[in-house]
Design a protein around this ligand. Structure first.
Ligand SMILES: *Cc1c(COP(=O)(O)O)cnc(C)c1O
Length: 219
């Protein structure tokens, strides 16, 4: 499959959603979620110009990306999955952005890792907009306290992230995330996946996390 074609299609749809929303495509960061994909599936996308990639497991990312980063310069790697505190230091070393900061113990672990490495990676606070604690995410009511803890630990907070409940209309959850971000003076909104990124862009997304639409269905 020619990787440039799905990438062009996603770019085209992002541009169309931006036009309707009176936004600029440059405001949107496309995170190509390459979890479960082998390096040979990722290389064509890099060659087609994609630079920002997302993985959901520290171990898998560590197995795939050091070699790719040696081969290609200018890549950025984002963590889009739940992070265990005992992997915080590995994550801080490997990733350029973390989308899943969701609890005080992880704030503490990442703060400590950033201090130790002398490297502070921008983080999104993941919010449990659908009240599904099993998915991870900070309860809505606890977001201000978590943001304060993150500031105290000198963690750069880029914005908020959410994964709305599956199988129901996501727009109200995107609107909720947008409102909580605005209430807390945050610019970034990481929301929208293959099935709903145009809706997310209409509702203020700055980062869309797209796997299937770029790589095909996962096994
Ligand atoms: C897998 C994943 C995505 C991408 O999902 P697609 O439906 O394949 O686009 C986005 N965000 C997170 C957190 C994911 O785990």
């Amino acid at each position: 499959m020619n990787a440039a074609l799905p990438l062009e299609e996603v770019h085209r749809r992002i541009a169309h959603a931006c036009k309707i929303a009176r936004r600029e495509p440059e405001e949107i960061t496309l995170v190509a979620v390459s979890k479960t994909r082998p390096a040979q599936a990722i290389v064509p996308l890099i060659e087609a110009g994609q630079t920002v990639f997302g993985e959901n497991r520290v171990q898998e990312a560590d197995a795939k990306w050091p070699e790719l980063r040696e081969r290609f310069s200018g890549l950025a790697l984002h963590l889009v999955g739940q992070l265990q505190s005992n992997k915080a230091e590995d994550a801080a070393r490997l990733f350029d952005c973390i989308h899943s900061l969701d609890r005080p113990s992880l704030v503490a672990a990442l703060g400590k890792a950033f201090d130790k490495l002398g490297r502070r990676v921008p983080c999104f606070v993941q919010v449990d907009v659908g009240e599904e604690p099993q998915k991870g995410g900070c309860p809505v009511a606890e977001v201000p306290a978590l943001l304060q803890a993150a500031r105290h630990a000198v963690i750069p907070v880029a914005g908020l992230m959410a994964v709305p409940p599956a199988g129901i209309e996501p727009a109200p959850f995107f609107a909720l995330l947008d409102k909580i971000a605005a209430d807390n003076g945050l610019a970034g909104r990481s929301m929208g996946m293959s099935g709903d990124y145009e809706t997310a862009i209409m509702l203020g997304a700055t980062h869309v996390r797209i796997g299937t639409a770029l790589f095909g269905a996962r096994a």
